[in-house]
Every structure is written in C-alpha cells, then in structure tokens.
Ligand binder design. Structure first.
Ligand code: SF4
Length: 254
C-alpha cells in the first residue's frame, strides 16, 4: 500500500491508508503546532463566514474543488501559529460583520494540536466555529471527538463520500477497508453530544442510487435522522482536471 503523501488520482492509482497519509502530510504542512495556510478571507457560504484556507488532506476525492495545494503541499503556503490563525479569523469576521469562522481548503482535523490551539483562542468569542471534516480521524479516535466537548461554540459538518468500500476507494483513493470511518465519526459525535450534521457528495453522476440508499439506511441504523445535506459536483477548474486525471472523461458536458 502507498505510504507517502500522494497527489491527485490517476486511472491506475494505488489505494492508500488515509491514517498514514495524515501522518505523512503532517510532516510536510505542519511544523510544531503551526500549519500551512495560503489565505484568509470571508465568503458568503453559511450566510457569511470568515475562512482560513489551509493546506493538505488525507483523501484524494476526484470531485475535490480545493486548490492544487492539496496535492503539492510543499509548493504552497506559509506556516501560521494557532494564535495568528485565530487573530486573522477574528479580524476578518469583525471587518465583514460575520459570526461564523472555519478552516477550509484541506482537512482541519489533521494536526490536532494546531486545531485545538485555534479553538482555545476562539473559545471566549461569540463566533461559531464550523468544523468541516471528512470524518476519517474522528472515526478513528473517539477521544479526539470527546475533547471537542470542551468547546461550546463549535458545530461539525461531516461530509460523507461513499456508502460502500468500492465507491469509497474509487472516489477518494483511500483503501475501501477504511470506508466505515466517517460513519464511526458520526457515532462518536452522537455519543459525545457534539453539535453536528451530515453532508454527502451524492451527485448521481458520481454515486449510484443504490449506494446513496445504503448511506441513508446506514445513518438510520446508527440512529441519525437529522439534516442530510446533499452536494452536487460543480465544474471548478480543479474539479474538472482531477476528474479527467482520474479517468472520468468528459464528465461535464458543455
Ligand atoms: S473534497 Fe474534502 S475530503 Fe475530499 S480531498 Fe477535497 S478537501 Fe479532502
């Protein structure tokens, strides 16, 4: 199994272990408790949110829209301490008069110390931290999820990528044996009473309807019946290129 930090998927990719990729990635885009970011800005999603754009992920979704920094983290960004990140998030939120903040552009749960450092500095503000995650590390480590309970101003959004080992491997590059981890994350979040909801890239051009049905059944069996946010694959430049590189020729018909 491929154990270094992989780039975008090609049509003959080698499946990887996303837990190992998290560790490999940390060596590249984290230094002490600092992590690489490329920019800080506000955007209109969630009714307005102050955003830190970080680098690096433990999946390689073929529909991913984030910049090439996901695939080539050595070449992008600068290191920011948790203090600097929190300062930028708060400052931009004040300027644009928004009440939510997030870390986007990569998987924020990689580099635990950095994430908790940011959360600590946001704790006594009235800002809501939206933690967008693919659920891999929260599924692997319940203690990590439990620690989120120290922070009241947090809401987690778990984005599911697949409902079968085959679909998971095909669309994320991670070995199918890990496809259960995001569902385990949902169980862990429920068990620890953390505010969260689920999202899913269930676009029918990517996910067979049977697989979508099995996700809904699975959520039901876990006891989750709350908001299920379904996503559509949009033709961002990076998405179009990633799909083509992975062998989805002419996915978007113009
Ligand atoms: S879509 Fe999200 S989980 Fe998938 S590769 Fe992109 S940043 Fe990572």
């Amino acid at each position: 199994m491929f154990m270094s930090y992989p780039g975008y998927l090609t049509d003959n990719f080698e499946p990887f272990n996303p837990l190992e990729v998290s560790k490999e990635g940390e060596k590249i885009f984290c230094r002490g408790n600092s992590r690489k970011y490329t920019k800080f800005y506000c955007t209109g999603v969630y009714g307005g949110i102050s955003t830190g754009y970080t680098i690096g992920c433990n999946l390689r979704c073929v529909f991913c829209w984030v910049e090439w920094s996901r695939d080539f983290p050595k070449e992008y960004g600068e290191y920011f301490t948790p203090e600097e990140v929190a300062e930028n998030l708060i400052e931009n939120a004040k300027t644009k008069k928004v009440s939510k903040v997030r870390i986007s552009g990569g998987e924020p749960t990689i580099s635990k110390e950095h994430l908790f450092g940011v959360l600590r500095r946001l704790k006594n503000t009235n800002l809501l931290f939206i933690l967008e995650t693919n659920g891999i590390l929260f599924g692997d480590d319940e203690k990590y999820v439990k620690k989120l309970g120290d922070y009241e101003n947090i809401h987690v959004r778990v984005s599911l990528k697949a409902g079968s080992p085959e679909g998971f491997q095909k669309r994320t590059g991670a070995d199918g044996e890990f496809y259960q981890l995001p569902f385990a994350a949902i169980s862990n979040l429920m068990k620890n009473r953390i505010s969260f909801h689920t999202a899913c890239m269930s676009d029918s051009r990517l996910m067979p309807r049977d697989e979508r049905r099995s996700i809904i059944k699975k959520l039901d069996s876990i006891g989750y019946s709350d908001f299920f946010e379904e996503e559509t694959c949009d033709p961002y430049k990076t998405t179009v290129m990633r799909l083509e590189k992975a062998g989805y020729r002419k996915f978007f018909k113009y």
